[in-house]
Design a protein around this ligand. Structure first.
Ligand SMILES: Cc1cc2nc3c(=O)[nH]c(=O)nc-3n(C[C@H](O)[C@H](O)[C@H](O)COP(=O)(O)OP(=O)(O)OC[C@H]3O[C@@H](n4cnc5c(N)ncnc54)[C@H](O)[C@@H]3O)c2cc1C
Length: 397
């Protein structure tokens, strides 16, 4: 059971687009039962997503947690800063070196350093600070503070593949790409806090079975977008027409990637290798996701709106065609995690209290400490990790 009365704003989509309702109906026509709450007892089924929004606005961690306490006298918030290195005295973390946009600064930690740079930024910062695989640090001339081979290993992410359909008319949010429609709906939102601006676009979704696994828990997740071409790298529809998109991914992929340093310069971007589809099962499951997506688009409720499925087009028929499509159009679903995993084996980076193994006064409290990728979206679970970590820091178990 869960509630919606915590610091993090959680809402139901106030008024889903008719085409999203048709998606939900089409899934049921394709054999996926309705589920009114994916975050409740049962994950399997189709329904409308809950969103981290409050009063019709996005509720980020900053809005939900920081803004209400920003006037506390014992809190200083500095924004636009870039942390270059964590400072150590022996194995004890003593603060951070950072650039505030004007000058190089140093913050001293009276009690602890809490690292929350995310699944890419955290392993990078750790390695720049001498915490990571000793041989890799040596390659870049970085002195080793702690030889932790798991830093930057075990990168887990969801590999999503989209299908796109062109609609018979302007039935999706794409109609608001026209400036006059955008102006009217913008005004509606400003005055009434209602209308399409309150939409998160990804209004509907489903969790279901590929048929390849044990069948106990869903191994596929679907995100329905009441629009097309909204995301970089995802095909759209012809200019002037409207579309819809259905994204699917394997919820518990087996492939593991890495985050490595490109150089010892703090400003250099890291080398990210998601290693998608390294495991053959991930490819098989991804193909089933695309096949199920096209099956959903072909059901009567959505067919009323669809002129043609544009991606994949009719030439994609055989298993090999689908595999090629997956390889060509698959992409990150923005859920990188697990690069500093929690655990007790040699590859673990933090213990069950989020403390970095072998070091003092330093914890990691972000998505990088997940031991394995959770079977859904990662934002709210990361905030949950941080909530738990704050209890641990205060000394509550
Ligand atoms: C485009 C996109 C869409 C997404 N959509 C969803 C969604 O719909 N639902 C969902 O559940 N999840 C979604 N996610 C995933 C979700 O945002 C992440 O899982 C979550 O933000 C992870 O939180 P984190 O604290 O681990 O890392 P982050 O939120 O990435 O926070 C890390 C912060 O550290 C900062 N940082 C890194 N290095 C340094 C440094 N050296 N110095 C100073 N600051 C530094 C970064 O700029 C960043 O602000 C999406 C992600 C993206 C990118």
């Amino acid at each position: 059971m869960h509630g919606t009365d915590g610091p993090l704003g959680v809402s139901n989509i106030p008024d889903p687009q008719p085409v999203t309702r048709a998606f939900v109906q089409s899934c049921q026509e394709a054999g996926i039962p309705f589920n009114h709450d994916f975050n409740g007892r049962t994950q399997a089924g189709v329904g409308f997503y809950q969103t981290t929004t409050k009063d019709y606005r996005r509720c980020s961690a900053a809005v939900g947690y920081l803004r209400p306490v920003r006037d506390r006298p014992n809190l200083t918030i500095e924004v636009g800063c870039f942390v270059k290195r964590i400072a150590f005295e022996g194995t004890r973390a003593t603060g951070v070196h950072y650039f505030n946009g004007k000058e190089q600064c140093r913050a001293r930690a009276e009690s602890e350093v809490i690292v929350t740079s995310g699944a890419i930024g955290t392993p990078k910062l750790l390695m720049l600070s001498g915490i990571g695989p000793a041989a890799h640090l040596a390659e870049h001339g970085i002195d080793v503070v702690a030889n932790l081979p798991g830093v930057g290993e075990n990168l887990n992410d969801h590999f999503g593949i989209d299908i796109v359909a062109e609609l018979t008319g302007h039935h999706s949010l794409d109609k608001y790409k026209k400036w006059y429609n955008a102006a009217i709906t913008g005004l509606e939102y400003m005055v009434f806090k209602s209308g399409p601006v309150t939409s998160n676009v990804v209004e509907g979704g489903a969790f279901w079975h590929s048929g390849l696994g044990t069948g106990e828990v869903p191994d596929l997740q679907f995100h329905f977008l009441a629009g097309a071409g909204a995301e970089a790298g995802v095909p759209g529809v012809a200019p002037g027409s409207s579309g819809i998109t259905l994204n699917s991914y394997t919820v518990r992929p087996k492939s593991r990637g890495t985050v490595r340093l490109r150089s010892a310069a703090p400003g250099a971007l890291p080398v990210i290798d998601p290693n998608f589809l390294a495991e053959p099962d991930d490819l098989k499951c991804s193909v089933e996701g695309v096949k199920k997506s096209t099956e959903i688009f072909r059901q009567p409720s959505l067919q009323k709106y669809i002129k043609a499925i544009r991606f994949p087009d009719d030439s994609v028929k055989t298993q090999k065609d689908f595999e090629d499509y997956v390889r060509q159009y698959g992409r990150t679903s923005y859920h990188p995690t697990c690069t500093c995993k929690m655990g007790s084996d040699e590859m673990s980076v933090v213990d069950t209290q989020c403390r970095i193994r072998g070091l003092d006064n330093i914890r990691i409290c972000d998505s990088s400490i997940m031991p394995s990728l959770i079977g859904s979206n990662t934002n709210a679970p990361t905030i949950m990790i941080a909530e738990k970590a704050s209890d641990l820091i205060k000394g509550h178990r």
